[in-house]
Write a protein that binds this ligand. Structure first.
Ligand SMILES: [Zn+2]
Length: 474
């Protein structure tokens, strides 16, 4: 692979000593193989290097998304007004809809989702892979990850399902991983929903599988009050004590009702949250407390089939939601807020370095010598960005996916001058096949399932006030 040299860029770098962002101006970045080899002014170009003029452009670390379910991408726009309860019955992996996806459909749908992420500057994803209704489905999801060229933690939701055991699922996936991890960007992990309700004996058995397959991360959904099927109402009480001996990166998705004990458990064990701001607002998971533990948090998207799939949007929604929540709390005292509660730099770090820390990979999510060359170049020239002086504010508050000009993962281009670079073929050719799958699975699943008397037989329904633009009688 030829070295690549970004010339004369504005770089959002990270100062390890100060533990904060450091902006470098008119500076060059040299990439050799999959790593950042130098960040300096006026680097002498190696003879064979590909030189990119980055004058007036912004270089950012690639974004890190710590919670996705990408097999559902072909459902895009099918459920714009759904709730979480409706999601479970009509669109989740447990709904009848999964039967519409052949292993090949699933491969195409998953790959389309990862390409959306890459197009928007996300270079690393943790997939909570609940495409687990057949061994072929498990394998083809993984294949899409390899084919995408993104850096991925592929966390298989291995469980006993459709007559297949978790051991069989992990065995098939492990084989695939040993022979098919072309490019070496995939890591295997376990998505372990329900862990907290399992016996210590069962937990020990699963831990044996984690060790056998050398799994590199654990992830699980956690909702908390009032959701009835959770691991436990308390996140701190949820993971069995013996889990600590695995000492793996562990990411709880959502967890918006954390108690003070939960927050101290996250810090004590170095476990992380994945906040998925748009998902939690859209579906109504509830998100009351994650702003209080952002030192152990990162950002995720969740189900991009029904809202935006880029981390820029998530960072912006989260920043302004957290600000608004604190402002409203202060205003509720009848007095005037005396400061802004959250800086734009914090939102940037949540979308980049914090994701890397959740995965315990200090060589990701930052632009510094020795870090992996996962780089996004923002053009900065469109009407929404021109005139910027602060690159962090420009990216978090003004940029959109259209401003993402180049994306590099491990030193390889995945987007160049605005065009996606697929490992095989072109986006245009791929898109035709994807649209065909999307049209068919959506046609087959137009009618949502009816909700029961109670949520999953136990949860009481709450009244929700309907808002709209049409004046109501009386
Ligand atoms: Zn999820």
């Amino acid at each position: 692979m030829a070295p690549k040299l970004f010339r004369n860029a504005t770089i959002i770098s990270f100062d390890e000593d100060a533990q904060s962002i450091k902006v470098l101006r008119d500076t060059d970045v040299l990439v050799k193989n999959d790593t950042i080899a130098a960040i300096e002014k006026d680097i002498q170009s190696p003879d064979e290097a590909e030189v990119v003029d980055a004058t007036n452009k912004i270089l950012s670390p690639g974004f890190i998304d710590t919670h996705t379910h990408l097999w559902q991408t072909a459902l895009r726009t099918l459920a714009p007004d759904t709730t979480l309860a409706e999601y479970f019955s009509s669109y989740s992996h447990y709904s009848p809809l999964s039967a519409s996806f052949s292993p090949e459909d699933l491969y195409i749908s998953t790959l389309a989702g990862i390409l959306e992420a890459l197009n928007g500057g996300t270079t690393t994803l943790l997939e909570h892979a609940h495409n687990n209704w057949s061994v072929d489905a498990v394998k083809r999801g993984y294949d899409a990850g390899v084919q995408s060229g993104a850096r991925m933690w592929w966390c298989c939701a291995a469980e006993h399902r459709n007559g297949i055991t978790d051991e069989e699922m992990l065995e098939a996936l492990g084989q695939r991983h040993r022979s098919g991890n072309e490019g070496g960007l995939m890591e295997l992990g376990l998505a372990w929903d329900g862990m907290g309700t399992q016996s210590e004996e069962e937990v020990e058995r699963v831990k044996g599988l984690v060790r056998k397959h050398d799994l590199k991360a654990l992830t699980l959904h956690h909702l908390g009050s009032p959701w009835p099927f959770d691991n436990s109402p308390s996140l701190a009480a949820s993971p069995p004590k013996s889990l600590q001996s695995l000492n793996l990166p562990t990411i709880f998705s959502h967890a918006g009702f954390a108690t003070p004990a939960d927050i101290s458990a996250l810090r004590k064990h170095n476990w992380h949250l994945s906040i998925t701001p748009e998902s939690e607002l859209h579906y109504g998971h509830g998100q009351q407390t994650s702003r209080l533990v952002q030192d152990q948090a990162s950002l995720g998207i969740d189900t991009s089939f029904t809202f935006s799939g880029d981390l820029l949007t998530q960072a912006r929604i989260w920043l302004q939601t957290a600000r608004g929540t604190e402002y409203n709390r202060a205003l509720g005292t009848g007095k005037i807020p005396d400061r802004n509660p959250m800086k734009v730099e914090e939102a940037f770090l949540l979308a980049t370095r914090q994701g890397a820390l959740a995965l315990r990979r200090e060589d990701l999510g930052v632009l510094r010598v020795g870090a992996k060359a996962d780089i996004v170049c923002f053009s900065g020239e469109a009407p929404n960005m021109a005139g910027w002086s602060d690159p962090v504010a420009a990216v978090i508050l003004h940029a959109n996916v259209g401003d993402v000009r180049d994306v590099m993962v491990g030193g390889e281009w995945r987007k160049r001058e605005g065009e996606l670079m697929l490992k095989e073929g072109t986006w245009k050719a791929f898109r035709e096949g994807f649209v065909e799958v999307a049209r068919r699975v959506q046609r087959e699943n137009e009618r949502p399932q009816a909700l029961g008397e109670k949520f999953m037989g136990v949860g009481e329904w709450a009244d929700v006030e309907i808002m709209g633009t049409r004046r109501r009688e009386g």
